[in-house]
Design a protein around this ligand. Structure first.
Ligand code: ADP
Length: 766
């Protein structure tokens, strides 16, 4: 008996199946011949013939007989009855030997009903085929369908049933149950094919519509471009914006909003009152640098050269900037805190920002924050306002036109909060790398990525920078220049630039060292070099007149000629007075524009022990004054009797900031001691330091600026707190060399050094 494994055909007794003759031969090892009996086994899964084992088959199989082997190479097998595989053994030649027994079925199917239902299924199949190319073929084929079991054999390739589902049919003993299940399977299969083809054709229609639409759009675009190229002068404003919008490379949100506004503009026409506003907005949106700028390869050598080219000195600052640049190169983006340059005006904070941009090969943009009180200045006004506009950040980006400029936020210490919101918090958002990749300006109203911008802040003083902002920043101090450094800057940078600015060729004007010195000493009073730059500009302008009048001459400006070149009087320079009077002592102050000297004046008048403090320092000074009085009372008990029937008046002239209150402690105490003892302190002696009630001298800030101011003003000897000795390395050598600097731990040391008799401050027994 031939056996034959069959994988995915519905084989049911009473049915008929068709096999290719070659397959038949390959499987059975025989040529097909009518009347040959074969058994069709059902394989559990798709396996190669050589991998088959006894366990590869389901226990029930179908026995059949070859009805016909036609000349087209097809074999028709009539399926007759179910058999059970009682035993199966695999033979060495990849065939199996089996013993089989017949498996009877329950004949419970009413033949008339079966015929009626067969017809219904056939009709359903034929109506499904109606209109198809293969309808005729199917009809002729269907004529031979005499039972549902035959239909099953013919339809099984379209049914997509699993082998388990097919076996479940074969396994059913009741013919009626098998019939019911088969009928359901066939009808469901047809339904599925129907639904699938309906969905496919709907989908096809959708696709066709899409393709058509995009093809039409492309055509329009192409034709429009041709037209624009023929008549560039006729490209309408709206069309121009449309082109820019599509080409700008902006993010999805921005593009969507842009298209929305453009459609509104198209709808309203250019004469509507809103048109101007919409056009301005679109103009800004489309001209922002949405595309990411290529990061340029950074060479440290070039960066160093760019920093040195424009600025003399500032070694510490440059070193820190180079570190930042190196990190930028390694990480590819700005990381860590934002740099904040702090120092007096004209010390090069903004201009070194420009040099950083050059060093990195990026655009430079400066955004001034001085006097900004309104959040809208940073974040923009909402578009609904007439005259609304973007904030300064987006405006800066717009001006520079690249997405990765170096942006210097100038004067962050001049921000102030008002009823219109806090600009500092808006600025925080700008500077925060966690948030600034989607910074939303109120006017623009779509997010813009600021994460490639290198931010640098500048400030004159740290006192007024809001705390949360300060926390984000790393402060770099710009200390102010010594006269020697100023001379060097004038010679190397300011003078050549000033000459070039008015067109004086190099060599036609010589300015002697003495003249530069005189300009610095007599015509400027500053920590930076901004005033000096103005004076040199003026000098060059005046020189230009002479050079035009007498072109053949070379001008040389000596120190004594300087007044002729300036149209101003020398600035009043505070110089220490000559005569010493008890109760007046020179102090040193730090101010946002550099250091300064100040005189603390004290006076006793008849009265009842009241203390009056006048001058700018007010309350802060009052505390220092009270500490000073207590200290003097404790150190000079006899002389201090005088406070009982006298009032004390302390005056601190303008020029200092409230923060200087405490650091004038030692000056105040010395002034009082001098007042009550009658020992004068020479005016060329200055001092700075906080004092405590125990008579200790505590450290202060801003020592370099204070010492520079002292030297400028003719001070010869300075007392500083001992703990500040470490700051002396920040002070230019030429300044240090011209001063006698004495460190002190206690008030007593200072007083003794000045030969004011006193005794140690020992708490008085009460
Ligand atoms: P700031 O921002 O600190 O107020 P700027 O950067 O505006 O100061 O500097 C004012 C002028 O002084 C600029 O023209 C600048 O080139 C010049 N300048 C400042 N410091 C230096 C320096 N170290 N070397 C050369 N020029 C300097």
């Amino acid at each position: 008996m031939a056996q034959m494994p069959l994988y995915n055909t519905l084989t049911l007794p009473g049915g008929r199946i068709w096999l290719r003759a070659v397959d038949y031969q390959a499987l059975t090892g025989k040529a097909p011949a009518a009347g040959e009996r074969i058994t069709l086994l059902m394989q559990k899964e798709d396996q190669a013939r050589e991998d088959l084992t006894e366990k590869s088959f389901f226990p029930l199989a179908v026995a059949g007989v070859v009805a016909e082997a036609d000349e087209n190479g097809f074999v028709t097998v009539e399926l007759q009855n179910r058999v059970h595989i009682d035993e199966i053994v695999r033979l060495p030649n990849q065939t199996f030997s089996m013993s089989l027994s017949r498996r009877p079925e329950t004949e419970d199917l009413d033949p008339a009903e079966a015929q009626r239902r067969l017809k219904a299924v056939k009709d359903r199949i034929l109506s499904f085929a109606a209109g198809q190319r293969w309808e005729g073929f199917l009809r002729s084929f269907a004529e031979h369908w005499d039972s549902l079991w035959t239909v099953a054999g013919a339809m099984s390739p379209w049914l997509h049933t699993s082998v388990e589902e097919r076996y479940a049919l074969l396994e059913k003993d009741s013919l009626k149950e098998r019939f019911d299940a088969l009928e359901r399977m066939l009808l469901e299969g047809l339904e599925m094919v129907d639904v699938q083809s309906a969905a496919q054709s709907a989908q096809r229609e959708d696709y066709e519509k899409l393709y058509r639409e995009s093809a039409i759009k492309k055509q329009i675009e192409y034709l429009q471009k041709e037209l624009d190229a023929m008549h560039p002068e006729n490209v309408s404003e709206i069309r121009r914006l449309e082109l820019k919008l599509e080409e700008a490379g902006m993010n999805e949100t921005a593009l969507k909003e842009g298209r929305k506004v453009l459609n509104r503009l198209k709808g309203e026409g250019s004469s509507s009152p809103e048109a101007g506003m919409l056009t301005d907005w679109l103009d800004l949106l489309t001209s922002l640098p949405w595309k990411k700028a290529e990061a340029r390869e950074i060479s440290m050598e070039e960066a160093r050269r760019a920093l040195n080219a424009e600025h003399s000195g500032l070694e510490k600052v440059k070193r820190r900037i180079l570190q930042q640049i190196a990190v930028l190169r390694l990480k590819g983006r700005q990381s860590g805190s934002i740099l904040c340059f702090v120092g007096a005006p004209g010390t090069g904070k903004t201009s070194i920002g420009e040099s950083i941009a050059k060093a990195l090969g990026r655009e430079y943009v400066r955004v001034s924050l001085g006097g900004v009180r309104d959040e809208a200045d940073i974040r923009g006004h909402r578009r609904t306002y007439i005259g609304s506009m973007p904030g300064r950040i987006i405006d800066g980006i717009h001006k520079c036109g690249t997405s990765n400029p170096v942006m210097v936020l100038d004067e962050v210490d001049k921000l102030s909060a008002s009823y219109n919101g806090d600009p500092a918090s808006a600025l925080l958002e700008v500077l925060d790398p966690e948030q600034n990749f989607s910074f939303t300006d109120h006017y623009l109203n779509v997010p813009f990525d600021l994460s490639d911008v290198l931010f640098i802040c500048t400030a004159n003083s740290l006192d007024t920078i809001p705390e949360p902002l300060l926390n984000r920043m790393e402060v770099i101090q710009f200390q102010g220049y010594s006269p020697l450094e100023k001379r060097q800057i004038a010679r190397e940078h300011l003078l050549p630039k000033a000459m070039a600015a008015v067109g004086i060729p190099a060599g036609k004007l010589e300015v002697s060292e003495g003249a530069v010195c005189r300009l610095i000493e007599e015509y400027t009073r500053e920590a930076g070099v901004r005033g000096l730059k103005k004076r040199l500009d003026q000098l060059c302008r005046t020189a230009a007149v002479s050079l035009v009048e007498r072109p053949e001459e070379t001008l040389r400006v000596e120190a004594e000629d300087v007044p002729d070149y300036m149209d101003m009087n020398p600035v009043h320079r505070k110089q220490v007075g000559e005569s010493a009077r008890p109760g007046i002592v020179t102090g040193l102050a730090w101010t946002p524009v550099g250091g300064d000297i100040l005189y603390i004046q004290t006076l006793l008048t008849r009265g009842s022990g009241k203390i009056t403090v006048t001058g700018q320092l007010g309350d802060v000074m009052k505390e220092s004054a009270e500490i000073a009085v207590s200290l003097v009372k404790s150190m000079l008990p006899e002389q201090a009797e005088v406070f009982r029937d006298h009032d004390l008046h302390i005056h601190v002239p303008d020029g200092a900031t409230p923060k200087d209150g405490p650091s004038a402690g030692i000056t105040l105490t010395t002034a009082l001691a001098s007042l009550v003892t009658g020992f004068p302190v020479p005016p060329e002696v200055a001092m700075t330091g906080e004092v405590s009630l125990s008579g200790d001298v505590n450290p202060i800030g801003g020592l370099p600026e204070k010492l520079m101011a002292a030297q400028r003003s003719g001070v010869k000897r300075v007392f500083i707190p001992r703990e500040n000795l470490q700051d002396l390395k920040e002070v230019p050598e030429e300044v240090r060399n011209q001063l006698t600097i004495q460190a002190a731990d206690t008030v007593e040391e200072v007083l003794s050094a000045l030969e004011i008799p006193c005794r140690p401050s020992i708490p008085q027994a009460i």
